[in-house]
Design a protein around this ligand. Structure first.
Ligand SMILES: [Fe+2]
Ligand SMILES: [Fe+2]
Length: 145
């Protein structure tokens, strides 16, 4: 039983780290949507809002999973980068996506090793969204992989 609890605590801790990233991403994208300016901005501003909704869905899924496992879903956002021109905003958003991709890959491995296929599957689906988001910014910024 002891071992199970240690596993559960590790899983909840990892999920709360992911939740912080999702809260931060939701707020960062929203702030970029509210404050971004530029003559060629409407398409990018719409993307900020559209992606913020994806991040909010991730946030809710992870929070519900933490609650189901008996943990307390955090309300603390990870670091939020705001300000600057659209170019800087997109670079900051790409950096955030890349960070999430890195962290979630570690989490997926942890959930697999901890015998929690449900959390693993959820994070795999979220990871796939983050890869799509990163791809959007790489394409828009003209970054080659
Ligand atoms: Fe997300
Ligand atoms: Fe994302």
């Amino acid at each position: 039983m002891m071992g199970k609890d240690v596993n559960r605590d590790k899983i909840i801790k990892a999920l709360n780290q992911a939740l912080s990233l999702e809260i931060g991403a939701t707020l960062q994208y929203l702030h970029h949507h509210w404050t971004g300016e530029g003559y060629d901005s409407p398409a990018v501003l719409e993307l900020f809002e559209k992606i913020s909704r994806d991040e909010m869905k991730h946030m809710e899924k992870i929070a519900e999973r933490i609650n189901y496992l008996g943990g307390d879903p955090t309300l603390i956002p990870a670091e939020i980068k705001k300000g600057g021109d659209l170019y800087k905003m997109m670079q900051d958003d790409l950096a955030g996506e890349n960070m999430a991709i890195q962290v979630y890959k570690t989490h997926i491995k942890l959930f697999d090793e901890s015998g929690d296929p449900t959390s693993r599957l959820m994070m795999e689906q979220i990871l796939s969204d983050e890869e799509k988001h990163a791809d959007i910014w790489e394409t828009t910024l003209g970054i080659k992989k």
